[in-house]
Design a protein around this ligand. Structure first.
Ligand SMILES: [Zn+2]
Length: 67
């Protein structure tokens, strides 16, 4: 398994948030995807982010008026 420098993870973690939200350009998303293929740590991180994104999506401002 290839060793990823800590700096790469830092950069990827920033990109993961963008990726989880479905943002970023094609090149950025391809970079993240290729890193995810090799890095279980960032895959786990993306899983966590996906849960947060799902929670945020559930807190839709359009729903707040009914509380
Ligand atoms: Zn990583």
């Amino acid at each position: 398994m290839r060793y990823w420098p800590r700096q790469t993870h830092r950069e990827m973690r920033e990109q993961l948030g963008v990726f989880a939200l479905g943002h970023g350009d094609a090149e950025e998303r391809a970079t993240v995807r290729s890193h995810l293929n090799k890095c279980a740590t960032c895959r786990a991180e993306l899983d966590e982010l996906a849960k947060v994104v799902a929670r945020l999506a559930a807190v839709n401002p359009a729903n707040l008026g009914h509380v």
